[in-house]
Design a protein around this ligand. Structure first.
Ligand SMILES: Cc1cc2nc3c(=O)[nH]c(=O)nc-3n(C[C@H](O)[C@H](O)[C@H](O)COP(=O)(O)OP(=O)(O)OC[C@H]3O[C@@H](n4cnc5c(N)ncnc54)[C@H](O)[C@@H]3O)c2cc1C
Length: 504
């Protein structure tokens, strides 16, 4: 087997201030090129300085960069060619501070998507869908779906008043109350620096990097209040939580309703509080603009695509990355930027950490079948159309005229055939992608806390959208990539050199 990097040793120690040629070179392997892997590679590559240079290699089993590997190009109903991000990844002001800071620093363009929404639900017995709410997004307008008959006008009006009342009440509670056992996202910032002792959140607190105190870790999760418990504590009716909060967050997190009801209330309240009145953005030039900017500092030869890592072998103080065809030698640090299941396959000592972490498989179809929205009156169709089913929430995004992206497609009327009960014909499907998405359960909260104490042990690091104290979204990729890169720099004695400012 060849040594792909024989020209650079893992760490050469001859350093001299002010002279890049004699900087110490630290070789780092990043496995996975989703946003977490890309951000890690970017931060380290651009952190090179007169004392330490990071020679970063990226690996992905996909034949293209993972962050953009499912995206497609298609022609819309007006004959215009469109690039379509799959999945469509939006980010909101307030919550996504790190992503926005990173994208701005890279000079990427993004725009306010001005999403409008429809909410519908599937009646269990009849299988019919009923639209119960329409929302104009930041434009602020909202109304109930359907038009009331004269007889039902009173009920229609009282339902509407109830929704408005509980929405205002819920927003106030979210602004003023902190769910029990909150794991504040701000904590990630202090964690990322590894400097001051961790803020005490639960009993024994967070400890410091390298601490392996399992009993204190167990204490962390005792008081985590679920969304359901939080709603009960504040007397918010179950119908409001189910129809609005659960439906929306089960679409965002692509998981079932029960998982959202039982997930940490702190995540949802934190998101709600931070994004209130904020815009939702999309990258103007798609994910590929981010991929181009994030990989720009890396040498082309350092990006290994279509290369599935099968094992990582420790050889003294360095790591060898083994793939089917090659061995890549002499890495001082390895960053695992994959789903937890793959982390465990590659690094068995982490199996106990991630034992209780769960993940879903999520299907995303890009297609041209307008029957998918037949359950809506044409005047009720919005940009994002959510359909509450017994399994979770189907979300159909009207991307361009005649092009739809449907996530978690449902079969209506109990007909579970190949075309989703006559809703999406196979012949109209442009692409079908399946993603593994980690679910934010208490098991994950616990695993993240445990993993923090194991970061950097044997120079192995873990990052991912799920490896932080918040919803499993893009912000987690950047937050955890920052934390890992700061940890590596600290281990390399390189933390005295300031990085460009990140969060604005
Ligand atoms: C349908 C859907 C919609 C979403 N919408 C949004 C949204 O609107 N906003 C938002 O913020 N977030 C959204 N998310 C979440 C967000 O997109 C993901 O959580 C995030 O992109 C995951 O990034 P990651 O880098 O952690 O992992 P991934 O993107 O999963 O990257 C892991 C990479 O590792 C590679 N890999 C795994 N094992 C190996 C191996 N052995 N060897 C080599 N390579 C390997 C994989 O090929 C993959 O490319 C959505 C997710 C889904 C599924």
């Amino acid at each position: 087997m060849s040594d792909k990097s024989s020209t650079i040793s893992a760490e050469s120690t001859d350093s001299s201030e002010g002279d890049l040629a004699s900087a110490r070179v630290v070789k780092v392997a990043v496995i996975g090129t989703g946003l977490a892997g890309l951000a890690s590679a970017y931060y380290l590559s651009t952190a090179s300085n007169p004392r330490v240079q990071y020679n970063v290699h990226l690996f992905d089993e996909n034949s293209s960069i993972g962050f953009d590997s499912s995206s497609v190009t298609a022609t819309d109903g007006n004959g215009i060619e469109r690039r379509i991000d799959v999945p469509m990844r939006s980010f909101a002001g307030g919550y996504y501070k790190r992503i926005i800071s990173l994208y701005k620093s890279l000079g990427l363009q993004f725009h306010d998507a001005k999403f409008t929404y429809s909410f519908s639900e599937l009646a269990e017995e009849s299988g019919d869908a009923r639209t119960y709410f329409l929302h104009g997004g930041r434009a602020g307008s909202f109304r109930q779906g359907g038009k009331p008959s004269l007889q039902s006008r009173l009920k229609w009006t009282s339902d509407f008043v109830a929704v408005v009342f509980w929405y205002i009440y819920f927003s106030l509670i979210a602004a003023l109350s902190t769910p029990k056992g909150s794991v504040s996202c701000e904590n990630e910032v202090s964690h990322a620096r590894y400097e001051a002792p961790r803020k005490k959140l639960f009993g024994n607190g967070y400890g410091t990097l390298g601490t392996d105190d399992e009993s204190s870790i167990e204490d962390c999760n005792r008081e985590i209040e679920s969304l359901q418990e939080f709603a009960r504590r504040w007397h918010i009716p179950a119908w409001f939580i189910d129809r609005f909060v659960v439906t929306l967050f089960s679409a965002m997190s692509t998981c079932d309703a029960d998982t959202i009801r039982n997930s940490p209330a702190a995540d949802i309240i934190d998101y709600k509080r931070k994004t209130f009145g904020q815009a939702h953005y999309l990258l103007s030039n798609n994910s590929r603009s981010a991929v181009a900017a994030l990989t720009a500092p890396l040498a082309k030869d350092n990006i290994h695509l279509g290369v599935a890592v099968k094992a990582m072998l420790s050889e003294g103080t360095t790591w060898t990355i083994r793939t089917l065809d090659e061995d890549y030698h002499h890495f001082t640090h390895v960053i695992l930027a994959t789903a937890p299941s793959r982390v465990c396959e590659l690094h068995r000592p982490l199996v106990p950490v991630f034992r209780h972490v769960e993940a879903n498989t999520v299907k995303v179809l890009v297609h041209t079948d307008d029957r998918v929205l037949n359950f809506l009156k044409s005047e009720d169709i919005r940009d994002l159309n959510l359909l509450k089913t017994s399994d979770g929430t189907e979300a159909t995004h009207v991307l361009f005229p005649g092009i739809y992206q449907t996530t978690s497609p449902a079969s209506l009327n109990g007909d579970g055939g190949e075309d989703y009960g006559g809703r999406i014909s196979k012949s109209k499907v442009i692409s079908e992608s399946v993603f593994e998405r980690v679910v934010r359960t208490n098991g994950l909260v616990d695993a993240v806390a445990k993993m923090r104490r194991k970061q950097g042990q044997h120079n192995v690091w873990v990052t991912g959208s799920w490896m932080w104290d918040g919803l499993v979204l893009l912000e987690g990729c950047v937050a955890s990539a920052e934390a890992v890169c700061d940890g590596i720099r600290r281990k390399c004695g390189d933390d005295q050199v300031a990085l460009p400012k990140r969060v604005i």
